[in-house]
Design a protein around this ligand. Structure first.
Ligand code: TRP
Length: 455
């Protein structure tokens, strides 16, 4: 069942769309993952390669996604049906996106739940009271506690459902307009603090200095994979958000703004975390534990722990929430557009299903129930397996499909008209199509070859 265009929900304002899409992009990927991946890859060159990936691979795919959404006024499955025909195999990209949204949100919500837990520990003054030795084991206790994980996972899913329930303008947009500026302010406060620390110079050098010896091909591919994750590409999230735009809205300009914001916030997060890490003698290459172990240990030694830690973890929660709502919106819009459901039933059903799919992830640290068989089988527990699958396979595959479709299959005239409608960047059209035709698919194929161990 098609929803007539005139009845479709739209964003209330241009800035509302930008904040919502930037909210989708800015997430745990920026504040939790980017700094530790940068740390593991030695900073410097990795940051440079990441910037190149955003510009040459991420940005073109983002333009393609938003453009497909705006042009069809439909969520991913419907969008490909409209452009390629009901029975076309290209519709598979849409299906993959909807499926990925269920899987991704199911474990993303568990990490977001950890952030909620730490926010609670911070606000209630517990982090300040513990002292560094007792802060170190907190993460292990949390990871191992099935009940605590479950509680926060469900609370976070509840919050996400509550926002998406309100609809496009009154839910997603309204909350993005509150949470995103709040996030920026909190980040500036923490950045201001980091600037005053001894470790700032060292951190700056680590991030922007040129250390050739640290360059590895694997690091470059990791940068590429992460740029996809960070910009929320490959899943149809941007198709969905783009579908609530009006025809005259500027897709190219918006994509540039969103990508720039996302990148600045990833760099800002690193500039705020690494001085803290260096000033308190911690390791930058701490892996996933950077934000949940090293940072709390450092914060607990600083004057004003409660205040600083509360701001930091609330920032993490806000970032995660605006991303999670975009994932739930993909699933929800599918049920509304293709199945004709009412929004409230669509949101509640999708939310409950995702919460249930997330149970094994929430429990995989605390029980042998879901970890055990998996670990013996693939060497990873449930949670890690899903993250590996989504980040290395499902998102790049979706992105590859979207790039190939836009470059090779989409009606040329429509593509050009859509690109130029509302945008003044005429001269970029040819370059954009060229990138999508060759360099982007080749780059993504390299990620796959690396994932299967061929390079
Ligand atoms: N970009 C988000 C982050 O950095 C994660 C995210 C939200 C996402 N929506 C997505 C990733 C859609 C891929 C597809 O945390």
């Amino acid at each position: 069942m098609e929803v007539p265009v005139s009845k479709r929900s739209h964003w209330g304002s241009r800035i509302g769309f930008i904040l919502a899409a930037a909210g989708s992009a800015v997430g745990l990927g920026n504040i939790w993952k980017f700094p530790y991946v940068t740390g593991e890859n030695g900073g410097g060159i990795f940051v440079l390669i990441y910037l190149a990936c955003v510009l040459l691979v991420g940005l073109p795919v983002m333009i393609a996604e938003i453009l497909i959404g705006r042009s069809t006024q439909n969520s991913p499955v419907g969008a490909f049906k409209t452009l390629a025909g009901d029975r076309s195999p290209w519709v598979g990209i849409g299906w993959l996106g909807v499926f990925t949204s269920f899987v991704l949100l199911s474990y993303y919500s568990v990490v977001a739940g950890w952030s909620l837990h730490y926010t609670w520990l911070s606000i209630s003054g517990q982090l300040a009271g513990l002292g560094p030795e007792k802060v170190a084991p907190v993460f292990g206790q949390l990871y191992g506690s099935a009940g605590t994980n479950l509680l926060w996972h469900l609370v976070f899913m509840g919050l996400t459902v509550a926002v998406v329930y309100g609809g496009v303008a009154k839910g997603v947009e309204r909350w993005s307009r509150i949470l995103m500026p709040a996030l920026l302010i909190m980040m500036l406060v923490l950045l201001g603090k980091s600037l005053t620390l001894d470790g700032f110079g060292k951190a700056f050098h680590f991030l922007f200095g040129f250390h050739q010896d640290k360059f590895t091909a694997a690091g470059a591919l990791e940068a590429l994979g992460h740029s996809f994750f960070s910009l929320s590409l490959g899943m149809g999230a941007m198709i969905t958000y783009g579908s609530y735009l009006r025809r005259q809205d500027n897709v190219v300009g918006a994509s540039v703004t969103i990508s720039a914001l996302d990148t600045c916030i990833a760099l800002g997060a690193s500039l705020m975390l690494f001085p803290i890490i260096f000033s308190y003698g911690m390791e930058p290459a701490a892996g996933p534990g950077l934000v949940f172990i090293s940072v709390p240990i450092a914060l607990s030694q600083m004057p004003g722990t409660t205040f600083l830690a509360t701001i930091f973890f609330a920032l993490l929660v806000f970032a995660a929430l605006t991303s999670a709502i975009s994932m739930l919106e993909v699933a929800t819009s599918y049920l509304i557009d293709r199945r004709g459901w009412q929004r409230r039933w669509a949101v509640v059903t999708a939310g409950l299903t995702i919460a249930a799919v997330g149970l094994p992830s929430a429990l995989s640290g605390g029980t042998r129930l879901f970890g055990a068989g998996m670990e013996e089988l693939v060497g990873k527990n449930w949670f890690d397996s899903l993250d590996y699958l989504v980040s290395n396979w499902m998102l790049p595959l979706g992105g590859l499909g979207i790039a190939l479709f836009t470059a090779w299959r989409m009606d040329r005239r429509l593509r050009q008209e859509e690109f130029l409608s509302g945008s003044r960047l005429r001269s970029f059209y040819q370059g954009w199509v060229f990138l999508l035709k060759f360099p982007v698919p080749v780059a993504i194929l390299l990620v796959f070859l690396h994932a299967v161990g061929l390079i």
